[in-house]
Design a protein around this ligand. Structure first.
Ligand SMILES: *Cc1c(COP(=O)(O)O)cnc(C)c1O
Length: 395
C-alpha cells in the first residue's frame, strides 16, 4: 500500500497517492474490485479470516473491499485520523457513527441546526431510549448547561445548514471532553480541504462524500473518520451487520474525487467570496450570509477554524417567498436542486424543500425565513454567476 503519511507530505500529494493498493498487474489507476467475495487458499485460511482480518485481507464486500479500503485509507490520511469506514451514503455514516456508539439510557447533546435527516436519526435514537438534549450550537453556555458527567457524545455540524452558523469546535470539544463525551462532527460544509476538526478536538468526523468529495454530483457515499479502536471495534461491527456498505464502484468515484478535491474546493471558495462580496448591499436582498465576509458574526472563528468561508452562501430575498421563487425561476446558469459541493452551482429554497419538515416556529428560530436561499457555488466563472444572480434578482 502507498503510505504517504510518514513522509511529511502535503495533503494534495496524499490526496493523489495515499492508500493506493496495486494488484500483481501493477495497474497505474486504482482498480475497481467489483466482487462481493474473496477466495481462500484453504479451509484453514477461511477459518483464520473469520477469526480476524489483517489490513490486506477481505471476507465479503459488506465488511470491506480493496477499492473501498483505498478510499478509507486516503480520507483518513487527509483528515488526520487513524482509520475510516466508508458507507453507502452520508446518512448511513451519520446513522452508523451514532447508533454504533449509543445504548438505551445514554445521553447525547446535539446542536439544533442540523440537516433534516440528521434530526430524524436523533429522533430515532430517542425512540430507542437515548436521551437527546438540543442546544443552539453557537451558544457555549447552552452546551455547558446540557452536558453532564457521563454524556456519551455531542453531535453537530461544524458549519450549519443552511444558515452557516459556525460552531466553535475547540471550545465545544473541550467542554465535551470535560464531561467524558465523544465529539462527533458532521463536517460537510467545512469540507475535508478546510477541516482542522481533529486538531481542534473532534474524535469522529463524518462526511457525506456525495458532496465535495465526489464534486460532480454523481454518486452517494459517506465516510466516518476516527480512531482505529472506534472504527474497527465499534463502527465496523455495526455497519457490516446492518448493511450500510459502500459499493466498490462508488469508492472508486470518490477516490478520483479526492485527487482533484483540493483544487476544486479552493476555486469554489474563491468564487463564493467574490459572489458574496458582489451580493452585499444588493437592494433585493435583506441578508448575505457568508462566513468569509467580515460582517459574519463568527467571521474570526471561521477563519481561525477553516481559513476560508467555504463554498456555501445564504441569501435572503427581502420581499419573501414569492420574490425568492421568481428569482429562482429566472436563473439561467445556477440550477434549482438540493445537492451541494457540485461543480455545477446549485440554489435551494430550504423552507419549502430540505427543511420543509420543520415547524414554522423551528424555522423561525433557525433563521430559515421564507426569502432565504442557499447557494452552493460551483466551478463556473464567478463573473458569469454574479451576472446570473444579478439578472435573476433584478427581474
Ligand atoms: C447531504 C448531507 C448529509 C447526508 O448525506 P447523503 O450523502 O445525502 O446521505 C448529512 N449531513 C449534511 C450536513 C449534508 O449536507
Amino acid at each position: 500500500m502507498s503510505d504517504t503519511s510518514a513522509k511529511g507530505l502535503h495533503p494534495r500529494t496524499r490526496a493523489v497517492h495515499h492508500g493506493t493498493r496495486r494488484s500483481q498487474y501493477g495497474e497505474m489507476a486504482e482498480a475497481i474490485f467489483l466482487t462481493q467475495g474473496f477466495v481462500y487458499d484453504s479451509a484453514e485460511q477461511a477459518e483464520a479470516r473469520f477469526q480476524g482480518t489483517g489490513p490486506d485481507e477481505f471476507i465479503y464486500a459488506r465488511y470491506g473491499n480493496p477499492t473501498s479500503r483505498m478510499f478509507e485509507d486516503r480520507i483518513a490520511a487527509l483528515e488526520g485520523t487513524e482509520d475510516a469506514f466508508a458507507t453507502a451514503s452520508g446518512m448511513a455514516a451519520v446513522n452508523g457513527a451514532l447508533f454504533a456508539l449509543c445504548a438505551p439510557g445514554d445521553h447525547v447533546v446535539a446542536a439544533r441546526a442540523l440537516f433534516g435527516s440528521c434530526l430524524y436519526v436523533l429522533e430515532l435514537l430517542a425512540k430507542f431510549g437515548v436521551e437527546v438534549s438540543y442546544v443552539d450550537g453557537a451558544d457555549l453556555d447552552q452546551w455547558k448547561a446540557a452536558l453532564r458527567p457521563g454524556t456519551k457524545a455531542v453531535f453537530f455540524e461544524s458549519v450549519s445548514n443552511p444558515t452557516l452558523e459556525v460552531v466553535d469546535l475547540k471550545a465545544v470539544s473541550d467542554l465535551a471532553h470535560g464531561a467524558g463525551a465523544l465529539v462527533v462532527v458532521d463536517n460537510v460544509f467545512a469540507t475535508p480541504v478546510f477541516s482542522k476538526a481533529v486538531e481542534l478536538g473532534a474524535d469522529v468526523v463524518v462526511y457525506s462524500a456525495t458532496k465535495h468529495i465526489d464534486g460532480g454530483g454523481r454518486a452517494l457515499a459517506g465516510v466516518i473518520c476516527g480512531s482505529r479502536d472506534y472504527i474497527r471495534g465499534t463502527v465496523e461491527p455495526y455497519l457490516k451487520h446492518t448493511g450500510g456498505a459502500i459499493s466498490p464502484f462508488h469508492s472508486w468515484i470518490m477516490l478520483n474525487g479526492l485527487t482533484t478535491m483540493d483544487l476544486r474546493v479552493r476555486a469554489q471558495a474563491d468564487s463564493a467570496l467574490r459572489i458574496a462580496q458582489a451580493m452585499q448591499g444588493h437592494p433585493a436582498l435583506s441578508r448575505v450570509i457568508y462566513p468569509g465576509l467580515p460582517d459574519h458574526p463568527q467571521h474570526g472563528l471561521a477563519m481561525a477554524q477553516m481559513g476560508s468561508g467555504g463554498t456555501m452562501i445564504a441569501l435572503e430575498v427581502a420581499a419573501g417567498k414569492e420574490a425568492a421563487f421568481a428569482a429562482l425561476n429566472r436563473l439561467g446558469i445556477v440550477r434549482i436542486s438540493n445537492n451541494l459541493g457540485d461543480a455545477k452551482s446549485i440554489v435551494t429554497h430550504p423552507a419549502t424543500t430540505t427543511h420543509q419538515r420543520l415547524s414554522d416556529e423551528e424555522k423561525a428560530h433557525l433563521g430559515i425565513t421564507p426569502g432565504l436561499l442557499r447557494l452552493s457555488v460551483g466551478l463556473e466563472d464567478a463573473q458569469d454567476l454574479i451576472a446570473d444572480l444579478n439578472q435573476a434578482l433584478e427581474g
